[in-house]
Write a protein that binds this ligand. Sequence first.
Ligand code: GLU
Length: 311
Amino acid sequence: MDSVADPRTYDLDALRARILPEAEGTVDRSIPQLARADPDLVALALVTVDGVVNSSACADVELSIQSAVKPFLFALALEDTRGEALDQVGIEPTGEAFDAIKLESGTGRPPNPMVNAGALLTASLVYGEDVAARNERIHAGLSAFAGRELDVDEEIARNEHLLGDRNHALAHLMRSEGTLALGVDDTVAVYARACATMVDARDLALMGATLAAGGRNPVTGVNVVSAQVARDVISVMATCGVYDGSGRWMRQVGVPAKSGVSGTIVLSAPGSLGAAVVSPPLDDQGTSVRGHRASEILSEDLALHSFATSR
Ligand code: GLU
């Protein structure tokens, strides 16, 4: 076996240069701000569980977090409900697209927190007396994961809310099943605003590292969620994080991860590191093409695959 590289000194700019020529994939067009994304943006970052940050060029370019927020919404919902969120959302992979209009048969619960139905529900479970308070709790929680005060792009939030017909449909469906306590429009608004949180690759890597370190931010030292919550979230990222591409991802990369349609991917290797790979062109499942390729290489070079042995 080739020698294993050290994540603290690993040459992320060399990896960036290697994947930059990859030209496959298309930028998401669901809202105008995403359609205007730079298809040549590539940024990578790693944060070890002892707080060493390593990043490439462009790691400070911000974009909306989109579905890479879902593990963190799940984490905040678990924390705020003392684990009871697990009674209200399933944890089984669907093998279907992120916005499939489908609930768990028999229970009417969303199938898992990594698809839109589940993330709408977990957003509604984060504690807050009204929409403003819930938004504030989510904003503070995401900022604690990232170790700095994050911005929200209000225009993206508004467009996600207004143009999110399928999200409204999912929320209506959950209301009709009695599984969503909050109103439809409020639920979609809270979720849309969470997706519009602005992060760069470094933020996202630190968010992943906080889960990988058992819920304690390894740079700020703040305990953001409990170790049990971090473990639950990473488990579900492993099985459901890359939607209907989760099986292929696990085989090829072997690191629990969550992708988003802006081209964000956050990875959490428990006890080891968090990583982020950002590049807007997406494959058919809504995962960054360059991000997937870079994650495979990182996993190989840093020996991160969960199921590889050294034989
Ligand atoms: N804002 C997007 C939606 O809910 C997120 C989808 C994604 O990133 O996969 O439609």
